[in-house]
Design a binder for this molecule. Structure first.
Ligand code: ZN
Length: 86
């Protein structure tokens, strides 16, 4: 822990990110694990990538725009949003 470094890549903590906290993790060279100083999460790169992938369910519509809210109980109508458009 005394020789904490960032890894090759900076990964955000998936556990904190689920609570809308965006924080970089550190890399433990001995254990080959990333760990979070804030919440105690630790895991391999594979673990981190898997969990970050899971967190994307919240943002699956991020690049979509709602074009019609419809009636109650009807699904939203969305279309892809292009950068620079309103
Ligand atoms: Zn964390």
């Amino acid at each position: 822990m005394a020789q904490s470094t960032k890894g090759k890549l900076n990964f955000r903590c998936p556990s904190c990110f689920m609570r809308d906290i965006d924080i970089d993790m550190f890399f433990d060279e001995d254990k080959k694990e990333y760990y979070c100083l804030r919440c105690g999460f630790h895991g391999t790169e594979t673990d981190v990538l898997r969990l970050n992938e899971q967190a994307k369910y919240r943002y699956k519509s991020m690049k979509m725009r709602v074009v019609d809210f419809g009636e109650d109980n009807q699904p939203l109508q969305m279309q892809p949003h292009k950068r620079g458009e309103q």
